[in-house]
Design a protein around this ligand. Sequence first.
Ligand code: GLN
Length: 539
Amino acid sequence: MKYIFVTGGVVSSLGKGLAAASIGTLLEHRNLKVTLQKFDPYLNVDPGTMSPFQHGEVYVLDDGAETDLDLGHYERFTNCVLTKFNNLTSGQVFENVIKRERRGGYLGKTVQFIPHVTDEIKKRLNDVTERNSDCDVIITEIGGTVGDIEGHLFLEALRQFSLEVGRENVCFIHVTLLPLIRAAGEIKTKPTQQSVAKLREIGIQPDIIICRTEHDLDEDNRRKIAMFCNVESKNVVAFRDVAHTIYECPLDLRTDKIDRLVVDRLGIDSPTPELEEWEEFVANIINPLHEVNVAVVGKYIELQDAYKSIYESLTHAGAAHKTKVNVVRVDSETVSADTAAGILGKVDGILIPGGFGDRGIEGMIETARYARENGIPFFGICLGMQVATIDYARNVCGLENANSTEFDKNSPHPVICLQEEQKGIKDMGATMRLGSCESIILAGTRAAEIYDNVDSIRERHRHRYEFNPDYRDQIQDAGLVISSVSADEGLVEIVELPSHPYFVAAQFHPEFRSRPTKPHPLFSSFVKAALDAKSAVPA
Ligand code: GLN
């Protein structure tokens, strides 16, 4: 097995995750099998309990693990299917060490950061190696910035690990920033030099330095970085700000032949990558033939990263239709019966994403009503399906004050509620329906058409509340069709309105399964519906 470790220096938000994912893309196109993982030095056991304001989106894997959004990049940029073992946090490391200590597993020894905590980190590396024995390369991104106290143990573990598996099997890549001091008109290499010095202090000599820069990296600066950081100048790679889309990143990194440097360093023989399909996908994003405006109506709307996978899925679907999808971000708290037409009247499609807690819920219900009554293509995801159901119950079935028990415990018509067996469980996380499960698609429905008439699908879930089976018949009789139910318990998975141009809502999260060149069918059909709606309106 060969290993690539990606660290970051100078500042956070340098696109380390994208760099790691892009290297994955390039290596896969060299016919290598890769997997990626993330080490996060924070103390949460997983990001599942963190607010999106803290951490952006929680990305959910097939096995139900709630992980860092960088794992979303990994799955989108490569073909790897990740598991809970691909995201390790300090919280998990310490939890394991302390549990073992309590069991007497250290046989009376003093339990110490080195070797016991570092051993625990290396154990995970070995575990992941074993679980991915069919892979050629494991790429590991270390969260945080070199020099942070909390990342130190991870770096020490990597230093030890690289000696144990043989330094020739390991490639250390350090991602840094080259700031431009505008007044002086100069690009500065000093922060890079100092952050590499910090890494070398720990005993890690990077093999490749990736420099994030808004501008080109000239030969002088390349040589300077090479000399001060003790690498060859060809191993100093520029990572420019991409002009249009993050999917340009692998193409940009290829300019300085990063994939070549990596395979040479690791002694792997592999052909130069051909990326035609990827290039075509990027070209479709850069030069679209059409354009649609889609409102995403949610409560974390001001946050760039809160609905990351949804925005990416819209991009994938847009590219497939050569369509630029402009996202109009709408804070659901601003939507009411009075404002809906003003805010949503001109968009070509409306999407309500997932969410928790009651803030902004009434605005979402109003949004679903507006889309339903005005024939605007509508796509509800998770909470989006729940609010669409609440609207239907209230405004079509006449069930006054219908609600989800998440928002109104005393609702006379709890059309969305907890399942019996979930009640009474207090531990956050324990009651969640998480991960991939199978659902049956009902023949003859729009869902069947969208999914190409397959009998069943597997989609990822992350929610607590369900469509209340007691109201199924009443709501169905009033015209809302349940077109998919879970294979095991018959829980409602998709609802749709046949009388509407496009009104589809899913209890699961299709955004976690969309891939650049394989857009998710629900997103693809939604974008197509928005496009059709737009062309139906005379300009
Ligand atoms: N809050 C809702 C639930 O727990 C929806 C969750 C979501 O949208 N991810 O069921």
